[in-house]
Design a protein around this ligand. Structure first.
Ligand SMILES: Nc1nc2c(ncn2[C@@H]2O[C@H](COP(=O)(O)OP(=O)(O)O)[C@@H](O)[C@H]2O)c(=O)[nH]1
Ligand SMILES: [Mg+2]
Length: 324
């Protein structure tokens, strides 16, 4: 999602790179005076433009946080101080404009003069003033770099219909995610816990379009009673509310998962209370091993029985609720 953000450099590194690039410039001219003049002008231009363009790129490519989905806004809120970030972006934009102004006004006097001493003095002045502006925003650049670093590690979650899988450990959540996904699920870090988030996708051709779901397994989050949670985990669960159009809750009637059926049903009641707006599909897994007489859909991740029916239910329930 945010992997392609530009890498924000510190003031010193930016200046160093701008110098390095400008020093590579050579000019061929038989007239030694013109040659010197042209080199000074071109190098000054290269130095200034490199810095102005970099600053512009940092601000332009930064995602507008208010336009992101609520899930990301919440994630970002936990890790990043939005006001501080706004201030940093503002400061970087101010620096860009200031550098542009410094270069714009001074560049004209470079063009007019033929005195190498004067040209060199002007060049040094431009270098000095631009460098000093950059140094003033060094802290802001570091802030931006930190914010980007956090965002780049965020899981790729898109604004498309989303299925979240819940149920006690070992009931078959990861197995079901693999069963339903077209490709191997991607694994990303949940930015503020040690937990991971596993994301797969499923799509189906409908009458007029291709309908696509992302399916998410959040190991360690929706698999225990909520009273056991620390604050950060509670927040992570709360964030999932913005995502979960559908919850697939898996029950393991064989109890080979190690948890009695009665506890599994208690967890279901808890999750239902928390995810009031989501569609619930309750499945009994491990049907190859044990089946009950309940009305729940019976599936097996081993033999794939019931999986096609589950996929039908996913698409049909979503379409029905959203009147598609
Ligand atoms: N017999 C049988 N075993 C299953 C089935 N689905 C999962 N398992 C097994 O149950 C164990 C836990 O599965 P896993 O997907 O890791 O559960 P999770 O902890 O909920 O993600 C694994 O050993 C799986 O092989 C199934 O449909 N039938
Ligand atoms: Mg698992």
């Amino acid at each position: 999602m945010f992997r392609k953000l530009p890498i924000v450099l510190t003031a010193d590194t930016l200046i160093e790179r701008a110098f390095k690039k400008s020093k590579k410039i050579q000019i061929v001219d038989r007239n030694p005076l013109y040659k010197k003049k042209k080199i000074i002008i071109s190098r000054t231009d290269s130095f200034s433009t490199y810095i102005i363009d970099s600053l512009e790129n940092y601000v332009k490519k930064f995602p507008s946080i208010n336009n992101l989905s609520l899930f990301y806004q919440e994630l970002i809120d936990i890790k990043i101080d939005k006001n501080k970030l706004k201030k940093s972006l503002g400061a970087v934009d101010w620096a860009r404009k200031t550098c542009q102004m410094i270069y714009g006004t001074q560049a004209k006097s470079l063009q007019k003069s033929k005195k190498i001493d004067f040209l060199m003095k002007k060049q040094q002045e431009i270098y000095g003033r631009i460098s000093s502006v950059l140094k003033q925003i060094d802290k802001e650049l570091t802030n931006l770099a930190e914010a980007q670093n956090i965002m780049m590690k965020m899981p790729d979650i898109y604004d498309i219909p989303t299925v979240v899988i819940a149920g006690y450990p070992n009931v078959g959540k990861s197995s079901l995610l693999r069963c339903l996904s077209k490709a191997k699920p991607e694994i990303a870090k949940y930015p503020f816990t040690t937990k991971e988030i596993h994301v797969g996708h499923i799509q189906r051709k409908e009458k007029f379009t291709i309908m696509r779901f992302q399916i998410i397994d959040t190991p360690g989050l929706l698999d225990r009673p909520f009273s056991d949670r620390n604050k950060i985990e509670q927040q992570a669960i709360a964030d999932l509310k913005f995502l979960a159009d559908i919850i697939i809750f898996i029950i393991d009637p064989s109890e080979t998962c190690g948890y009695p059926l009665i506890n599994q049903k208690k967890l279901l009641t808890q999750i239902k209370k928390m995810f009031k707006d989501s569609i619930f599909i309750i499945v009994e897994n491990k049907a190859d091993f044990k089946k009950t007489t309940s009305n729940y859909l019976k599936v097996s991740c081993e033999t794939k029985q019931g999986i096609d029916q589950l996929i039908d239910e996913l698409f049909n329930n979503y379409k029905e609720k959203n009147k598609i």
